[in-house]
Design a protein around this ligand. Structure first.
Ligand code: ACO
Length: 323
């Protein structure tokens, strides 16, 4: 029987502080109505000073390990998808390794913006399949509030902070009905780097580094690229739209999410939506949405879940998982 990556635990963490659209409208020239109508967002969680990517990622990882009934000794590798690490180095993954009490294996951060969790899941799946690791924590943790231009109403209303994590463990299985990661597909198009980027980093002391986005172009790219990714995932596994139990999409904009649900002919109640309460938490959005729908009992063992995301880079991809 071939080795397969089984998703054995899921967890999430959201900062305590909630900021409503009305509260934002007191700081920039916007309104609850504009934000809700264009994006579906009603509120977002924003990190306090102690709620860093490492802090939130640790909380999400602890929840995922507890859900799996696993402990530090079961963790071989920690992968953190983040564009907002605590430090240039050590990697956020290693701060989390220390906080969890994991004393073996290795870990690193991976930057693929909002598609980061799908990228990290793909890397983790590969490591398990080739026998390099038996237990991999895959974490998306982001504090975009720290890279926002809080004077720019076209971007600052769209994002929130948080972390989500899954624990993948080596198991055995064959075919679409057996538990585990059935496939991942990754894509990138560097020539589209200027439609969504952060204009600085620690290597650029001349620039502070805040997020810049051509929203209309990102929207246009998201609808077409994600539709292609969804079709690609199904075709690769010999599946059709009807076989999907749940769509867990990146949570950037309700209109993009609804368009994807319609394309898959999924009834709205089979599409997990958190963007209304979390806003866009970038690499944390997919695992946070998965954690919520799993914790409240909507997503169950045996369900077929399709995840997809697109982010700055341009990066995008999909993961198909039998829970
Ligand atoms: N409040 C009030 N008015 C606003 C706001 C605001 N917060 N922001 C923009 N406006 C105004 C604009 O100035 C413009 O006014 P004008 O017509 O007088 O010039 C008007 O509203 C329309 O602006 P548009 O940018 O055309 O609005 P659009 O309908 O395109 O919606 C949005 C903007 C919500 C950003 C949309 O384009 C979108 O969701 N894009 C996709 C974003 C996305 O998917 N990102 C995912 C990746 S994120 C990552 O990887 C980090």
């Amino acid at each position: 029987m071939p080795t397969r990556s089984i998703l054995t635990g899921i967890g999430g963490y959201l900062p305590e502080k909630i900021v409503t659209n009305d509260e934002l409208a007191a700081r920039v020239d916007t309104s609850d109505q504009w934000i809700r109508e264009r994006t579906g967002i009603r509120q977002r969680h924003l990190a306090g000073p102690h709620e860093t990517a490492a802090f939130m990622g640790t909380k999400a990882a602890q929840a995922a390990l507890a859900d799996a009934g696993a402990g530090p000794d079961d963790v071989d590798v920690i992968l953190v998808a983040t564009s907002t690490p605590d430090q240039a180095f050590p990697a956020t993954a290693l701060r989390i390794q220390a906080a969890l009490g994991v004393t073996k294996g290795f870990g690193f951060d991976l930057a693929a913006a909002c598609a980061g969790f799908i990228y990290a899941l793909s890397v983790a799946d590969g490591m398990i399949r080739v026998g390099q690791a038996r237990g991999v924590l895959v974490i998306g943790s982001e504090v975009y509030s720290r890279i926002m231009n809080w004077q720019d109403r076209t971007t600052c209303v769209l994002f929130g902070d948080g972390a989500g994590a899954v624990f993948l463990q080596a198991g055995e299985g064959e075919g679409n009905d057996a538990r585990g990661v059935l496939s991942t597909h990754l894509h990138a198009q560097g020539t589209l780097g200027d439609i969504l980027y952060v204009d600085g980093a620690v290597g650029r002391h001349d620039l502070p580094g805040t997020l810049v986005m051509n929203g209309k172009e990102v929207f246009r790219q998201a609808v077409t690229r994600l539709a292609g990714a969804v079709d690609e995932a199904l075709a690769a596994n010999g599946l059709v739209y009807n076989d999907i139990d749940w769509l867990v999409p990146h949570q950037a904009n309700l209109r993009i999410i609804e368009a994807m649900g319609k394309r898959l002919s999924l009834p709205p109640e089979r599409v997990v939506i958190t963007v209304d309460r979390h806003a866009n938490t970038s690499a944390a959005s997919v695992p946070l949405a998965l954690a919520e729908a799993y914790a409240d009992g909507r997503i169950k063992r045996g369900d077929l879940v399709l995840m997809e995301a697109l982010g700055g880079g341009l990066t995008w991809g999909s993961a198909l998982v039998r829970m």
